[in-house]
Design a protein around this ligand. Structure first.
Ligand code: SF4
Length: 250
């Protein structure tokens, strides 16, 4: 008899733990998080309507891996601070933009002591395949960095990607460009307008697009229409009866 065999003793226990874990962020309620500004406008409307994002167990584990990466870099930054190379001005600090209804907790704001240059640090972990092709930061991360740069009054950002397989890192310098924030403002303005009318923006993708496949609102978004062009997505007692026009904007 073999002394080893593949089994599943711990995995179901971890799955139970993750299923029961509350992953909602009450401090973000009513706000769009800076990390979400690159999302589909319709997904942003779901967020503002208070709909809960539905994450699979695997996605929850991916988030935890990302948090572990953040913890590691924080340790390095603290080490650099102790060595006198950098000053840490912010770390995991949350801010709110009441006008834009955006909240954000930046990874870090540092100053390089030798040059006096200040940088917003944005950390991302990425799969090996994506890492190899990465020649510039992803637009949604540039947008997110601009929201933080505005909130923390910094004009340069370093977006740092770590390869999940090899732990190699690539960093990109992003200089402040007011046009990036203007685009985000325009997009959010349209979303807020729809939400004020209790309407959802039109679906910008087809169901098979990758954006939809990985979207945490897919379940609601592509649910069958109920009634005449309206869909009840709210089933909790306090919101029962609210409807959203799913055909809007088509
Ligand atoms: S499922 Fe697709 S269309 Fe619907 S909110 Fe998500 S990304 Fe947008």
């Amino acid at each position: 008899m073999a002394i080893s065999k593949e089994t599943e003793i711990l995995a179901p226990l971890i799955a139970k733990f993750l299923e029961n874990r509350k992953d909602e962020r009450p401090e973000c309620s009513g706000y769009i998080s800076a990390s979400q500004v690159g999302k589909c406008p319709r997904a942003l409307a779901f967020i503002l309507f208070g709909e809960k994002e539905v994450y699979s167990l695997d996605v929850k584990k991916i988030f935890d891996t990302g948090h572990a990466f953040h913890g590691k870099i924080e340790k390095y930054l603290n080490g650099l601070r102790e060595m006198g190379d950098i000053t840490i001005e912010a770390m995991e600090d949350r801010k709110y933009d009441e006008k834009l209804k955006i909240t954000g907790k930046c990874d870090s704001v540092i100053k390089i002591n030798a040059t006096g240059e200040r940088y917003l640090i944005e950390l991302k972990s990425i799969k090996d395949a994506g890492y190899e092709w990465l020649k510039e930061p992803k637009p949604e991360h540039v947008g997110q960095a601009h929201v933080y740069m505005q909130m923390f009054d910094v004009r340069k950002a370093l977006i740092v990607y770590e390869n999940k397989d090899t732990q190699k890192m690539k960093e990109f310098l992003v200089n402040w460009d007011p046009k990036v924030l203007d685009e985000i403002r325009k997009k959010l303005k349209k979303v807020f307008k729809k939400v004020a009318q209790k309407k959802l923006p039109a679906k910008p993708y087809v169901e098979t697009d990758w954006q939809c496949r990985y979207c945490s609102f897919k379940k609601y978004c592509w649910a069958k229409d109920v009634g005449e062009g309206a869909m009840s997505i709210f089933d909790t007692d306090d919101r029962k009866g609210d409807t959203l026009d799913v055909n809007d904007g088509r």
